[in-house]
Design a protein around this ligand. Sequence first.
Ligand code: SAM
Length: 345
Amino acid sequence: MAAASLSAISETTLHPPLTDSHGRVIHDLRVSITDRCNYKCVYCRTGEGGAQYPELEIEEYVSLIEIFVSLGITKVRLTGGEPLLRRGIVELVQELARMRTPAGQPLDLALTTNGHLLKSFASPLKSAGLQRATVSMDAVDAPAFERITRVPGSFSAVLAGIRAARDAGLNPLKINCVLLRGFNDDQIEGFARLAREENVVVRFIEFMPLEEGRLWSPEIVVTLKEIVERIGRSLPLVELPARDPSETARRYTFADGVGEIGIIAPVSQAFCGACSRVRLTSDGKIRTCLFSQVEHDLYGRLRTGETVAELRAYIVRTVQGKEARHHIGEPGFLKPSRSMVHIGG
Ligand code: SAM
């Protein structure tokens, strides 16, 4: 472990909220713990396997996350790549569950996974202190799902994972579905029914230009407005009030109050003004926006022996420079230097 002395954190004074230069308070950290993935979803990856970026030791993620927490991060989501491929994830969750915010509260701990290995991990992760999980699922029928993931047997594995997560008490359990026109948008109504029948929150996400290949176009995006209209034709929706101002999903229930769906619309209704996130990549770089053109090498500084105080100051400076917003769909838009799977979605 590099030179930063973790005991020094407890001696530091409470820091004012981590804030960027646009006045947004940053309290949400997404940490990728590997950029490897066992799926090759056609809209995400070109099909190349394996890691493109190095992984840190589990204790190194713990050290870096602890510094963010000392600065006001209250929510940590583990992601990837596929985080369940990462050896040591249960121990990492155990360590994170022990951490306390400066106000003495436990962290809000979450996981985003493709669910393929969740059947065997749900219970150990829950015992380790994980509270909730989000499972990605882009179709509700097996052949369509397996065409997307390019992995035979993936649909039944993920369904078993979802049920194991529910039985283990991971709550809320959310299912995220990225919709692409002419590709899986015929699944919208099936997902609405799944939300009601399986008692899970289904969230549709607009497709962003973050794929490895070149698939994105404005026309391929299925917008919030269209999703609401399509579901509403068979199952009228009622919008629910936002629970907190940085919530990314617009939430809806059905006319009879049974079930919930959410729509995350970063393209048609960008929510950058309420963004509360920063990301740490699997190789320890801070990204202040999914669409950042630059990364900030926090791990490099840990390795060269910077003190906790220096690392804290670096994080504060970096967060201050967070981009005002993304520029999807605008002339001159530049794709970010990494695709979603290598950033951590
Ligand atoms: N392997 C995990 C999983 O499948 O949830 C975590 C990483 S994955 C990159 C996280 C989420 O990003 C998934 O829900 C995936 O569908 C979504 N995603 C990938 N590419 C995307 C894109 N271009 N636009 C929007 N969401 C995307």
